[in-house]
Design a protein around this ligand. Sequence first.
Ligand code: ACO
Length: 210
Amino acid sequence: MTKELAIVGASGHGKVIADIAEQLGYTVRFYDDAYPSKKNIEHWPIYGACEDLIASSDGQAENAVVAIGNNDIRAEKISLLQQHNFTLVTLIDPSAVISQYAKIAPGCVVFPGAVINAFASIGKGCIINTSAVVEHDCKLGDFTHICPNVALAGGVSVGSKSWLGIGSQVKQLVSIGGNSLIGAGSTVIKNIPDNVTSFGSPAIVVTNNK
Ligand SMILES: CC(=O)SCCNC(=O)CCNC(=O)[C@H](O)C(C)(C)COP(=O)(O)OP(=O)(O)OC[C@H]1O[C@@H](n2cnc3c(N)ncnc32)[C@H](O)[C@@H]1OP(=O)(O)O
């Protein structure tokens, strides 16, 4: 029997998610709020906006994943789908390496080559992007985005909705607050508070996002 999966968000990120989902045996259907001005992505048709997906649902726990990189919008769409009884699927690329002792909440995507080690815990709706490393005992809040090639050493914590830019690295046991942004290529060696943008090596706070 084929498994069906609605993907909300027809973007580059969505294409990677569709590829992973198909490898896992799903038949995918894209939805995007740019519909009807946008009607397809690559060879996949777009079936409607997110509200069309909800309207067409029979309330019988259909599978869905949200493929939107923006943490706030992803959180909003996931909450909406949960309110309408969709099943939030977590997709893990077959090439990712996940410890038997790691915990990953629903609605996450784990991209090719990522590693999540023992006793790491990943909150709801997170993106663990290509070749990111989440070491042992890390704790990631809901709706975080860990970009490609990020390396989190052991015991790092990241608050909800934070975004760690491509190639950034974080020293062991460092804590990054919620809703903060770490710039591409940064090296984080000290705790970072909530609601700030930081970058550089070592990373320093450059903007308060409140
Ligand atoms: C699969 C995927 O594609 S996933 C997506 C991956 N993308 C990323 O990781 C992007 C992460 N984004 C960044 O690093 C961005 O540069 C941000 C968000 C930190 C800053 O963006 P902006 O606010 O637009 O800053 P802007 O580009 O105007 O730069 C402002 C200054 O900060 C510096 N700067 C910006 N980002 C960084 C950085 N990561 N490291 C060091 N310096 C930086 C710039 O050189 C510039 O300096 P100047 O004023 O002396 O010229």
